[in-house]
Design a protein around this ligand. Structure first.
Ligand SMILES: *Cc1c(COP(=O)(O)O)cnc(C)c1O
Length: 225
């Protein structure tokens, strides 16, 4: 996607979200998180100029270099952290992000609580669930999600949903359904679905979809995680 194509690609994705909502008979809301990781400010700007306000990044360091300046031009940006957070980056993350979608263990919930105290600002949080039980992937085991939600809340984190990334090499539908079942049990909405499967995630009730390459184009493979 050239910079010139970004606004058009965004509108295609928006239309396709609306179509998927309609096909699913949904009259509630889906928010699009535009995933801007690896793309420079100039490449992201057309999406902001077209009105996109919810954006997602994977790395604290990268976001710190990119978003403070963009925020001066677009003060109502809502910035989501999607990638794994290290305790030593918790202060930076809490200062910069509005929503942390990747709260994946008790230790990081504690680090966020402590950082929020120090910084005087508390982001909203989602608990990440390792819905496909992949050893290399972050997230609470499905059966531990409820306990982590409870623990995070006890620490003062405003938990607003569950997030998951299904296994790349399996049909995502059953994983979306499984996350939705757990989330429904907790009275929480879900963040699920990426460029390849956001329509299907919407059919399974996603409240947020996180779409990068369908809007901004292919990423260099090394930084794709
Ligand atoms: C990169 C990423 C996305 C977006 O992926 P695309 O396939 O480019 O849409 C969504 N969620 C997370 C957690 C990601 O790391």
């Amino acid at each position: 996607m050239s910079e010139a194509g970004v606004a058009q690609a965004l509108s295609v994705v928006q239309r396709s979200i609306a179509d998927a909502m309609k096909a699913a008979g949904r009259t509630d809301m889906v928010d699009l998180v535009a995933v801007t990781k690896t793309f420079e400010a100039a490449h992201v700007r057309p999406a902001l100029e077209a009105g996109q306000r919810i954006v997602g990044e994977n790395r604290v360091q990268e976001a710190k270099g990119k978003w403070p300046a963009l925020r001066e031009a677009f003060p109502d940006i809502e910035l989501h952290l999607l990638g794994p957070l290290q305790s030593n980056k918790a202060k930076d993350a809490v200062a910069l992000f509005d929503v942390i979608e990747s709260v994946d263990r008790e230790k990081i919930a504690e680090a966020i609580a402590k950082a929020a105290d120090a910084v005087g600002r508390m982001p909203r949080c989602l608990i990440q669930v390792n819905i496909g039980r992949e050893p290399q992937k972050a997230g609470a085991a499905p059966e531990d999600a409820a306990a982590l939600v409870e623990r995070a809340r006890a620490l003062g984190l405003p938990v607003i949903g569950l997030m998951a990334i299904p296994p790349a090499d399996e049909p995502p539908g059953p994983h979306f359904a499984a996350l939705k079942t757990i989330a429904d049990g907790l009275g929480l909405p879900t963040s699920m679905g990426m460029s390849g499967d956001y329509r299907e995630a919407i059919a399974h009730g996603a409240r947020w979809v996180r779409v990068g390459s369908a809007i901004f184009g292919a990423r260099p493979p090394i930084a794709a995680g």
